[in-house]
Design a binder for this molecule. Sequence first.
Ligand SMILES: NC(=O)c1ccc[n+]([C@@H]2O[C@H](COP(=O)([O-])OP(=O)(O)OC[C@H]3O[C@@H](n4cnc5c(N)ncnc54)[C@H](OP(=O)(O)O)[C@@H]3O)[C@@H](O)[C@H]2O)c1
Length: 320
Amino acid sequence: MKQKEILLFGASGQIGRNLIRKLTKNNYKITAVTRNIHRAGYILKTQANPGYLDLVELKNFNSEKIDDLMRKASICINLIGILYEKRKDQFKLIHTDLPDMLSQKAKKYSLDKFIHLSALGIEKSKDSNYAISKLNGEKKIIKNFKNYIIIKPSIVYSVDDNFTTSFMSLLSILPIMPLYFNGKTKFAPIHVTDLVDIIQSLIERENNNLTLECVGPDILTFKEILQKLLNAISKKRILLPLPLPIAKLSAKILQLFPKPLLTEDQLNLLKYDNCSSGIYRTNYDLGFQTNRKFDIEVEKYSYNWRSGGQFAKVDEEKIK
Ligand SMILES: NC(=O)c1ccc[n+]([C@@H]2O[C@H](COP(=O)([O-])OP(=O)(O)OC[C@H]3O[C@@H](n4cnc5c(N)ncnc54)[C@H](OP(=O)(O)O)[C@@H]3O)[C@@H](O)[C@H]2O)c1
């Protein structure tokens, strides 16, 4: 069977790298678009066998170049996303204007599908520019092209994520970890392998015109997530609820860093639960089970942050 040609934007990110591995192993041919082929190339080239992956450098979303790429594609997947703005209106550009442009082109070149990664829990977050821009992007896609699939995952975690790995790094050095909103915000973390399995199934099935929330098997509060990470790295730390005014002040300061740990916009987003909303179907409704449990999966790579490393005996280790 002739496999489909997939055009992938945002390929060098966590989901992109894992998706490339999964799809190329299953004989899909991928054209991966990146802003800097020299920086991303060495990571991306190792994700696929020769012949299955083409790398294309694209700067400033050059419309004519995107037209050329779309002409040859049968499926376009957009994984481009940012967590904080470095310039005014960057959320709008990346999360609204870009998916608007890509979905229009997907229609123009009669692609089989346009698959777009949005986010979970953004419907109520009217005070977050991230959430507003993501939601507006979804609306544009739905208006532009009927063969859309919008995927809205909760936190996506894995050994190569920016979430569990960053928190394990912080927890291993900081004696106290702040809890925002008392650590009560709920998440349904999904392992990246489960997510890319779902994406591959959606490529192969007939489903289009679909907005799908993707969640893992556990619903965990932020505090429970930190406790599980602490357990995995065999450390004890103080988890300290921060009063809102202090939390806001800390976000104001932290967002000044080049790679901010927390911004005011993210703090606003943290107010709202990040699990299935009841508005859309979830992976479970379509029969996609996500069986990887958070603590079991994190345990597999947490030794990187544990005293003594992989071969330390956890039960004999002194809990600090
Ligand atoms: N990971 C999660 O927990 C999670 C949860 C919910 C939703 N999502 C969504 O899923 C999608 C993929 O997530 P991910 O974690 O794989 O993303 P990621 O690692 O943060 O980044 C995805 C890619 O976006 C491109 N990108 C970043 N900033 C850009 C900019 N200013 N202009 C153009 N391209 C830019 C980068 O590609 P190049 O550097 O190669 O150009 C990057 O590799 C995103 O839309 C994200 O919002 C992720």
